[in-house]
Design a protein around this ligand. Sequence first.
Ligand code: FCB
Length: 452
Amino acid sequence: MGQIRFPEGFQWGTATASYQIEGAWNEDGKGESIWDRFAHTPGKVRTGDTGDIACDSYHRYREDVALMREMNLTSYRFSIAWPRVQPSGSGSANAKGLDYYGRLVDELLAAGVRPFPTLYHWDLPQALEDAGGWPERDTASRFADYAEIVIRSLGDRVKDWLIFNEPAIFTLMGYRFGIHAPGRRDADAFLRATHTVNLAHGDAFRAMKAESPQARIGTAFSMSACEPAGDSEADADAAERWHQFTNCWFLEPALRGRYPDVFSEGLPAERMGIRDGDEDRMRAPLDVVGINLYTRSTIAHCDGGPIGLDAQHVGSDSDAAPRTDFGWEVWPRALHDVLVRISRDYDFPPIEITENGCSYADGPDARGVVNDTRRIDFYRGYLAAVAQAIEAGADVRGYHAWTLLDNFEWSEGFEQRFGLTYVDFPSANRTLKESGRWYGRVAAENGFEETE
Ligand code: FCB
């Protein structure tokens, strides 16, 4: 027991995403996104909710920034909605859409908070999906054009950028399993989508550096500690393949210009649409590796499996650890293990935790206080794991709690509450939770007492 301390200058922040909080889905010239289309299609979102209004951050962003100040935060990871900037995904910029992000950035800078935008957190312009979406190679070039427009507009004030949010998740959930927008279920489309995204990653990185050589650029990768379900060598091998696929399918091409070797029959290059020269085009020597991590994955060997990896996710003993209201295991060790492994395997790159958090449904009591002690326990455990990983040599520069506000949790609608701030839907009124107050003290003190 003792003090958990973080390095001097450590960034304390929260993360959000445009579709999950902004609302204003058709204002100021914004085009339709695949998430607008998906959520407007009955039966796609479990609760029938949409992001049409969400937290109304498009109009209430000043309140959001005031909450960050109240929590002593120094960094804000938000995302830019591509269809606000280019309503149909190509061509000239919509000035009103860009203006919104300019106002948000100015408000953040005035509050002493670092703006840390993500260019793509899943809201592809619907017009591009109609033209083939991520499985279509041309989408990579469209994306690079968009990246250039954004950095040209904000690059004088924004120095830290993320290109993609969780490429492994949006390609898999959107094109293979159909649980997220655009709701396709097609294994080949999924594989091609992953390759286009890797091309787009390299293209956007180069376009951004050409426009703004000093920019520090990363991507937020979804990661999980992949643990074998049993003691067999087969399970251990399966867990390793799962790690390479789920954690490194986009990182390895960016940093080393190649795909991890995970399929027993070799890389399905033809199905993926790989062409000569693509290896170099995928390269994006990122300045920072963003890691989003929530829990661990328990993996067993099986023949074939959902994505042909001869491995499957089997979950773990239901009572091995507490679970969040989303059913995700609270497993802080996973964050430590992934930070240490990625650091060792990729030569100790600068890392930012770009997301980590938990869903608990606690709401206001009779006095209006949201006493979400389970969330405080969650953050205590995971932050201690980050501190241990730093001690073990990981170069972690910042931490972003997911999330600032309860928001639209994709196909789960508003039911899963991940916020440090309680949001009353549909009024969108905000109340800082006790976890938010606790997190604010951690940020102010750059650490906490383990026994506190
Ligand atoms: C991540 C997403 C984020 C949020 C959290 C709970 O996969 O990046 O938008 O939904 O999960």
